[in-house]
Design a protein around this ligand. Structure first.
Ligand code: UD1
Length: 442
């Protein structure tokens, strides 16, 4: 992880226009889906972030050749993934431990080879993050799992067969893994209580472009007619916009007053976040692929519950907790998706916020001005929110562990600077004794 920190000078505003990158959570799965075809898939609008680098390594480990088109004058956000040489179905611990989303190769590997060996992901700071539903979904299709020395070994002794799968919770990852195997299973699969996130629709669209037969993605019942393994063909697909990056910048505009416009995003992806911004006193205008936020009066308190899409996204919970901390009154934020996702509150409290946590509820008493402080990113969304907190705080904020931000936000500092923020990456950081301060991972 980088030893740099982000230094933010406060009492500032964010105004202007910013281009939103392709969705991280889509692009990672689109890259995994490429395994199903033999040949050169082109995936466009892929963000230049470290998680994508890890997924490239995962695919290269399997034998694929991944090239980012970064010649002068060409689009650096285009990845070419040549899967013709994929001859391994094993993903090592070294990569799965770097990024949990590496397990999304499980479904497509099973689809292509009928077999996969993927290291078990460990726990995660934002809750237990089990994979039981991924396994149940795949087991329904005939996959058998054995755990061997920390690896999940998946086999299909009786073939891969379509089935009626009912997920216990609309898990994004479980829906995706089940879907990517079901497209190559024999017969019909119905995935009930499926996740409805826009990234699932994006994945289904790419699978259809590769020859798969998928209907009703984006609803809670997805229907798949399996096709033969050899019937998949490479495609050229453009990743949808990143609703969480867009939501993060909109919070920046709402915090400082804006006007701030995010481009490259379908406003329907952010319906609930837009409702909450309006409830908090912001003016929000929507176009085909842009959203503008501005605010004149005080921020008003709000009640938010995170829920699977189209509910309020857990990945915007920290950013809205920051908004609530700056609102005139008391807000209640309830986290329903991950059981331990309030670590951000302790960091924001170091900047002067008054937040009480009771199990999965938080009470945010707003109105106290934030003060610049040294703080640490606890995950990528919290990291991005801490930088925004620094922009409105009094004095200077130093944000540590910014490797988390690099995982999911392309050129975050550059984009904030283009909107007027006084923010920079500095480091390796010298402490008051003049020695290098080294970050340690918790
Ligand atoms: C994805 C996103 C993440 C987002 C989350 C919810 C990626 C790379 N990450 O994560 O940014 O916050 O969706 O929108 O796309 N669960 C189980 N068993 C399972 C699977 C999940 O108990 O087999 C639980 C999880 O612990 C969690 C909840 O279900 O509490 C939701 O998880 P899930 O929707 O699967 O999230 P991810 O796909 O991991």
């Amino acid at each position: 992880m980088t030893r740099e920190i982000i230094v933010v000078r406060g009492n500032n505003t964010l105004t202007g226009d910013v281009q939103i990158a392709g969705a991280k959570n889509s692009a990672l799965k689109l890259m995994a889906a490429a395994i199903l075809a033999q040949g050169e898939c082109v995936v466009r609008n892929v963000p230049d972030i470290s998680d994508i680098e890890v997924m490239s390594e995962v695919l290269e480990e399997l034998g694929a050749v991944v090239t980012r088109d970064n010649f002068v004058g060409r689009d650096e956000h285009t990845l070419t993934i040549d899967t013709a040489g994929v001859d391994s179905f094993e993903t090592p611990y070294e990569l799965v431990s770097k990024m949990r989303a590496s397990i999304s190769v499980l479904g497509p590997l099973i689809g292509r080879f009928g077999e996969a060996r993927v290291a078990m992901p460990g726990g995660c700071q934002i809750g237990a993050r089990k994979i039981d539903m991924h396994l149940k979904g795949l087991e329904a299709l005939g996959v058998e799992f054995e755990v061997e020395h920390g690896y999940l070994h998946a086999t299909t002794p009786r073939g891969l067969n379509g089935a009626h799968v009912v997920l216990g919770f609309p898990s994004v990852g479980a829906t995706e893994n089940t879907l990517m195997a079901a497209v190559a299973a024999k017969g019909e699969t119905i995935i009930e209580n499926a996740a409805c996130e826009p990234e699932i629709v994006d994945l289904a669209n790419m699978l259809v472009e590769m020859g798969a037969r998928v209907e009703d993605a984006g609803t809670s019942v997805i229907r798949v007619q399996g096709i033969g393994r050899d019937e998949f063909h490479p495609c050229d697909h453009t990743t949808c916009g990143d609703r969480i990056e867009a939501g993060t910048f909109l919070v920046g505009g709402a915090l400082t007053g804006g006007p701030l416009t995010v481009h490259g995003i379908d406003p329907s992806y952010l319906r609930m976040a837009i409702v909450k911004l309006r409830e908090m006193g912001c003016t929000v205008q929507e176009g085909d692929d842009y959203i503008t936020v501005s605010r004149e009066g005080e921020l008003r308190p709000v009640e938010i519950q995170t829920l699977p899409h189209p509910g309020f996204p857990t990945d915007l919970q920290a950013q809205f907790m920051l908004l609530a901390a700056c609102a005139d009154g008391t807000s209640i934020i309830t986290e329903n998706v991950f059981e331990n996702r309030f670590m951000f509150a302790a960091e924001l409290a170091r900047m002067g916020a008054n937040i009480v946590i009771e199990e999965h509820h938080s009470l945010v008493r707003g109105g106290r001005p934030l003060q610049g402080a040294p703080v640490s990113s606890t995950d990528l969304r919290a990291g991005a929110a801490l930088v925004l907190a620094g922009i409105v705080a009094e004095g200077e904020t130093h944000v540590y562990k910014i490797g988390h931000i690099d995982r999911g936000y392309e050129d975050y500092v550059g984009k904030l600077r283009s909107l007027g923020a006084d923010v920079s990456r500095e480091g390796p950081y010298l402490n008051h004794r003049g020695t290098v301060r080294v970050e340690t991972d918790a």
